[in-house]
Design a protein around this ligand. Structure first.
Ligand code: FMN
Length: 466
């Protein structure tokens, strides 16, 4: 059986309400789908959600499919009982074995069950969501756009926000630093139409692959296959010269004319704040829509932690690689949801040489421009437990000698505290901070209290508490 969105939802459903819930009551795609997720989050619940009955739409909607670290693990086939560190390890193992896409004939591609062209194209057939009150409109938030680099011919895939601009037009907001931004600018230089395929709904391992941080010369479709552990099945598009994933739920084909631009925003962002309006974004003309006859529409609330978690593993892997080059004794890397899975990273190392803590932190902070704070701890601290991280800082760190501050470095313009070359103006720079919360490598340090292992193993609380 091919891996796809529905096979994943089936697996999550079997694991119970921590992993999956379904809602059959009618839900409004304007704000209500997101408030339901936010209310679950307020109770500390992050299951994948299937909503059967979206007002005004025929298609059901799935969301929050990567809403928790446990769902990330499930996407990569990690047993729910395994420690969190196994998830990054599995990601790294699979990412190291990319698989080229495999072509399948059109009649073996469920995404071709319905084909709409010409006047039949209408985005209103999809339950596209309005996510937050001050958003400028309805956005497809978790589609994957496939483009071809006009120079190398390499296929690029990535996730970008797409505002509905009429029945057959979509905005395409590319961060200029992302590969899609480079490809789009190159098409502008060449004055060439940029063909595009936007697919919605697939196995989450494939979606994580689309978010890969590799070189512009590597093809994310190979990483998607690697992360799924099976090659991505593709077939020909109807109207453009690009492959489409055969087991996607929905495909939107079209082209961007680089001479034509539009605006979008404000938009509720992964930072938990509204991001500003943009004046110069791409406009996609839709030339075909294809879908399964019982397609599921996939949405993501950009202000929900799912948005942050979707990127987490590729960023953690980048931190791990960067630190390991300098400090091979790194034991774990984590980018927590508390830092929007972008701005803060925790790293643990087995320290044996003086200065390794700071070096690990400097390497971590340079792994990605979004990162603003790196905290380095010893390997006996569980970096997934923020109480232990704060305890390590409280008891080993002294700011006059263990803190490194680097002002004016390239950062994230979406971080509300970022600034420009004029310090009081908003811009793309952040001040980076490394907190070395490791103990000295060669000097004596107070001994940590631990319960005696034999008594710990012997005592069963149920035998003692009345
Ligand atoms: C849900 C989600 C939405 C995203 N939206 C955008 C976006 O609107 N524009 C953008 O440039 N990047 C966005 N990103 C980040 C990119 O998808 C990601 O950095 C990707 O690796 C970029 O690929 P590329 O460098 O091949 O273009 C989003 C990521 C996620 C998880």
């Amino acid at each position: 059986m091919n891996m796809d969105l529905r096979s994943f939802l089936g697996e999550a459903r079997q694991l119970g309400p921590e992993y999956f819930v379904s809602i059959s009551k009618p839900v409004d795609p304007v704000l209500e789908t997101c408030v339901i997720q936010q209310k679950l989050a307020a109770e500390g619940r992050y299951p994948a959600i299937r909503m059967e009955n979206i007002k005004g739409a025929e298609l059901p909607l799935a969301t929050s499919i990567l809403g928790s670290y446990s769902l990330l693990g499930l996407a990569l086939g990690v047993d729910p009982g395994e420690p969190k560190s196994a998830i990054l390890q599995r990601f790294r193992d699979r990412a190291a074995k990319p698989l080229e896409p495999q072509s399948v004939p059109r009649d073996k591609a469920p995404v071709k069950q319905v084909v709409l062209t010409g006047d039949d194209i209408d985005l209103a057939k999809l339950p596209i969501v309005h996510h937050a009150e001050q958003d400028s409109g309805k956005y497809i938030t978790v589609g994957v756009l496939i483009l071809r680099d006009p120079d190398s011919g390499v296929l690029n895939a990535g996730m970008y926000r797409h505002e509905v601009k009429g029945k057959d037009k979509l905005g395409c907001m590319f961060n200029p630093a992302h590969h899609a931004g480079y490809i789009y600018r190159r098409c502008q230089e060449l004055n060439k139409r940029m063909e595009a395929v936007l697919f919605i709904g697939h196995h989450p391992a494939a979606l994580i692959g689309a978010l890969g941080e590799g070189s512009i010369d590597s093809c994310e479709l190979d990483l998607m296959g690697g992360l799924m552990g099976e090659a991505l099945a593709v077939t020909d598009a109807e109207t453009v010269d690009l492959p489409v994933p055969a087991f996607a739920e929905i495909v939107i084909e079209g082209y961007l004319d680089p001479a034509e631009e539009t605006a979008d925003g404000p938009f509720a962002e992964f930072t938990g704040y509204y991001g500003p309006a943009k004046e110069d974004i791409g406009l996609m003309h839709i030339t075909a829509m294809t879908m399964r006859s019982d397609a599921i529409y996939h949405d993501l609330d950009p202000a929900h932690q799912e948005h942050n978690l979707a990127n987490a593993l590729s960023l953690e892997s980048a931190v791990y690689d960067s630190v390991r080059r300098l400090v091979p004794s790194i034991t774990a890397a984590y980018v927590p949801v508390s830092g929007s899975c972008r701005f803060i990273t925790y790293v643990s190392i087995k320290k044996s040489v003086a200065g390794q803590g700071k070096s690990a932190g400097l390497a971590a902070i340079t792994a990605n421009p979004n990162l603003k704070i790196a905290v380095v701890v010893d390997d006996d601290i569980d970096i997934y437990d923020e109480q232990r991280i704060l305890w390590a800082i409280a008891t080993t760190f002294e700011a006059d000698q263990d803190l490194v501050i680097i002002p004016g470095a390239m950062g994230s313009h979406l971080n509300p505290s970022s600034y420009g070359e004029i310090r009081t103006q908003h811009g793309p720079m952040n001040t980076k901070m490394v907190i070395d919360a490791t103990r000295p490598a060669t000097l004596p340090f107070e001994e940590r209290i631990r319960p005696p292992k034999d008594i710990w193993d012997r005592i069963n609380l149920a035998d003692y508490i009345d």
